[in-house]
Design a protein around this ligand. Structure first.
Ligand code: SAM
Length: 230
């Protein structure tokens, strides 16, 4: 005789995550200040549980960051939505993401822009992200291993750049890869305090605004934090 084994949350099928997923959209995004319908649609289309390990899958739709290996994290869903909304994507953009991590933010961008280049310094994270993105059918998202603090000059100009790790200051080399009217969203600061900044290119000028306090892992590489600083 069969005894039915009780399944854990990390054994659910995609459609069985729908309740938690929908709750994330309503309670953590729509009830706050995520208003762009395209961003809400993208957050409803990308299965966050596919970008986290089995161990953490039951927490995939909780509004917080989760470990993804190499001491790194997948960002909080609200912050992913907020930064994406700040990029004001319309669909035709060439976008650069610095800090692929799990690939989740890149998938959201892939829903909203024409081409997405995403750079990760840890080869193992890049490989894992690429395999999830491929399994979900994203042909417009390209994962690159390297130092994203330098940008990706051979794929520039970008209409939008998003950096998902905290920089000591905005790297000029990234601003230089922005197209006219391009925008760059980046957390700036150190371990104790960071602010999300949005920069725009207007001719040869760059204007910036400071948005909201955030908590990201450090940007490394040439224009990132050196270990002794953070
Ligand atoms: N966007 C990611 C996601 O959706 O899962 C989360 C990114 S995690 C908060 C920050 C990532 O930036 C880490 O994976 C880290 O290895 C990466 N990173 C830090 N400095 C980097 C650099 N100079 N170049 C490329 N990636 C970098």
């Amino acid at each position: 005789m069969f005894r039915k084994r009780k399944r854990k949350l990390n054994e659910l099928t995609d459609s069985e995550y729908q309740v938690e997923w929908q709750r994330m959209i309503e309670d953590h995004l729509r009830k706050r200040d995520i208003r762009d319908p395209r961003v809400l649609e993208a957050m409803s289309a990308v299965p966050r549980h596919r970008f986290v390990s089995e161990e953490h899958r039951h927490l995939a739709y909780v509004d917080g960051p989760l470990p993804i290996g190499c001491g790194q994290t997948i960002s909080q869903p609200y912050i992913v939505a907020l930064m994406t909304q700040m990029l004001n994507l319309k669909g035709g953009e060439n976008v650069l993401e610095v800090g692929t991590g799990s690939g989740y933010q890149a998938a959201i961008l892939g829903q909203l822009a024409r081409q997405v280049y995403t750079i990760e310094r840890h080869a193992s994270l890049a490989q894992q992200a690429e395999s999830v993105l491929q399994s979900l059918g994203y042909q417009n998202v390209h994962v690159v291993v390297g130092d994203g603090s330098l940008g990706l000059p051979d794929k520039a100009p970008f209409q939008a750049i998003i950096v998902t790790a905290a920089a000591p200051k905005v790297p000029q080399v990234l601003l230089d890869q922005l197209d006219q009217d391009g925008r760059l969203v980046i957390p700036v600061g150190g371990p104790s305090y960071q602010l999300l900044e949005r920069w725009y290119r207007q001719g040869d000028q760059f204007v910036s605004e400071e948005l909201t306090p955030v908590a990201f892992v450090p940007l490394r590489g040439k224009w990132g934090w050196k270990n002794e600083g953070w």
